[in-house]
Ligand binder design. Structure first.
Ligand code: ZN
Ligand code: ZN
Length: 100
């Protein structure tokens, strides 16, 4: 069994050694459910990442309309994220003209 620290990517072979590493270094783990394993807070699908809702919707097979609706919601909540949201939609080849 290999456990990898999500913060520094150090590997440990047992849970005990891994927990000792996390406690000794103060490296952060998050178990929000965005991933089925502990991960670094703010990872792409993490609840602490403001764009995770959009990425999760895409992973779960949302169609373009749903993704745009989700994008609009994120932008209305946090206007400063608009450029990042638009960049993500462009990556997915979604026409961003429709959300401007
Ligand atoms: Zn670490
Ligand atoms: Zn998380």
């Amino acid at each position: 069994m290999i456990l990898r620290c999500p913060d520094c990517r150090t590997r440990r072979t047992t849970r005990g050694l891994f927990m000792r590493h996390v406690q000794a270094t103060g490296h952060k783990l998050c178990r929000c459910g965005g991933y089925h394993y502990a991960h670094r807070p703010g990872s792409p699908l993490c609840a602490y990442n403001p764009l995770s809702a959009l990425r999760l919707a895409d992973r779960d097979g949302a169609d373009e309309d749903d993704l745009i609706r989700c994008a609009l919601y994120i932008i209305s909540e946090t206007p400063a994220l608009a450029p990042k949201v638009q960049a993500l939609l462009e990556d997915w080849k979604i026409d961003v003209q429709s959300i401007r």
